[in-house]
Design a protein around this ligand. Structure first.
Ligand code: UD1
Ligand code: UDP
Length: 366
């Protein structure tokens, strides 16, 4: 069997790589070797439990207060030793995290070919999102196989001069994950609490939004909840202590806003499917929400997911308090505006991306 190493370390990478791990495990020629870097700890563990994936290695790199140097060096050194030991024929990394970028470099230093899952997303602004735009361009330089989720992503890669024969449009493996998490008969105490109200689902964690932009976002949301008695909000707060402190300060005393710990992916996806609208600075949520026809106000200045904006489900609202407040108010008061944004569309794939990636690798390596 040909060894292919699949590397991930944060929550979103795990959600999008676990379907690929399962798919590879079905291969008759490829043996997946799973390496978790442990850039996240509890938030990674949640995903591994939901998908029942047991990594062969865990570098356990997470330290509270870790900065980009800590993550990069710990991942590079950890990966050096594991790659030396396993000598895989290829290494697969996902997206744009520091885990992905450092692992791609570690593989490159041993001249092991890299496959980039979720390749070709670009804002072309190195500081937005930061450091993710750099990470994805860096991996793009190294990758032998670019698994692009959409034609737009493929075009970005072609414009950068990547060889067309190295690019495969597969869809996004995040949509594969939705096929196993979303259930019609899902119930949860949170949904009981929200029954009869319009539920806003909130997440925020981006590094470039820490500080003033996040305060703006939270003030806008608080104003909305105070103005609309039939609105409740639930915010599963990222475990970053800076985010948690800002959320506690902004929402601590408001009983129609629930601050809760991160939800496992099954619960999160099903709550998403039943929410009224989503306010987020997340990347992955921008891909999932169009599948449910849930309007998303993207609280960022740029997005690398223009497909959802074109479909009408995503609206980029930046991080100014008044702009976010006005956009949200419009969706709560103008049924036509809401209807326009809530058309279910799925520009990110048909849920079979992992299968396509497996086939490409079987042919290339087998
Ligand atoms: C990372 C990724 C970002 C991705 C996000 C997904 C980088 C540079 N950033 O950002 O692209 O969008 O993950 O969530 O790769 N923490 C815990 N437990 C956990 C996870 C995090 O306590 O399970 C806390 C730790 O104190 C940690 C902090 O959160 O220091 C920040 O984690 P880190 O991975 O550095 O950055 P994220 O903002 O999560
Ligand atoms: N998610 C989750 N629980 C939560 C919040 C988000 O399972 O409490 C999922 C979400 O459905 C998506 C992914 O985590 O699949 C997005 O992760 P995150 O926003 O942390 O990172 P990003 O996508 O911005 O890199």
């Amino acid at each position: 069997m040909i060894k292919v190493m699949i590397v991930f370390g944060t929550r979103p990478e795990a959600i999008k790589m676990c379907p690929l791990v399962k798919e590879m495990a079905r291969s008759e020629t490829i043996k997946p070797v799973v390496c978790a870097t442990g850039q996240h700890r509890e938030m990674l563990q949640q995903v591994l439990e939901i998908f029942q994936v047991k990594p062969d290695y865990n570098l356990t790199v997470m330290k509270h207060g870790q900065d980009l140097y800590d993550i990069t060096t710990a991942v590079m050194l950890g990966m050096r030793d594991i790659l030396n030991q396993e000598r895989p024929k290829a290494v697969l990394v996902h997206g744009d995290t520091t885990t992905a970028s450092a692992s791609a470099m570690a593989a490159f230093y041993q001249q092991i070919p890299v496959g980039h899952v979720e390749a070709g997303l670009r804002t072309f602004n190195m500081f937005s999102p930061f450091p993710e735009e750099y990470n994805r361009q860096n991996i793009g330089l190294i990758a032998r196989w670019h698994f692009a989720p959409t034609e737009t992503a493929k075009d970005n890669l072609l414009r950068e001069g990547k060889r067309e024969s190295a690019i495969y449009v597969t869809g996004n493996t995040g949509i594969d994950a939705l096929r196993t998490t979303v259930r019609d008969d899902f119930s949860h105490p949170l949904l009981d609490w929200a029954a009869g109200s319009r539920l806003l689902l909130i997440t925020a964690h981006r590094r470039e939004n820490l500080g003033e932009p996040m305060h703006h976002m939270f003030r806008a949301i608080r104003r909305i909840v105070e103005e609309f008695p039939d609105v409740k909000a639930v915010y599963p707060v990222h475990l970053n202590p800076i985010v948690r402190q800002a959320a506690d300060e902004a929402f601590g005393s408001c009983d129609r806003i629930r601050l809760i710990d991160p939800l496992d992916a099954v619960t999160f996806h099903n709550v998403m499917a039943r929410s009224y609208l989503i306010m987020t600075d997340s990347g992955g949520i921008q891909e999932e929400a169009p599948a449910f026809g849930k309007p998303v106000l993207v609280m960022r200045d740029t997005t690398e997911r223009p497909e959802g904006v074109r479909e009408g489900t995503l609206r980029l609202v930046g991080t100014d308090e008044n702009t976010i407040w006005a956009a949200c108010k419009e969706l709560l008061t103008e049924p036509e505006a809401y209807k326009k944004m809530s058309q279910a569309a799925n520009p990110y794939g048909d849920g079979r991306a992992s299968e396509r990636i497996r086939k490409v690798l079987e042919e290339a390596l087998g």
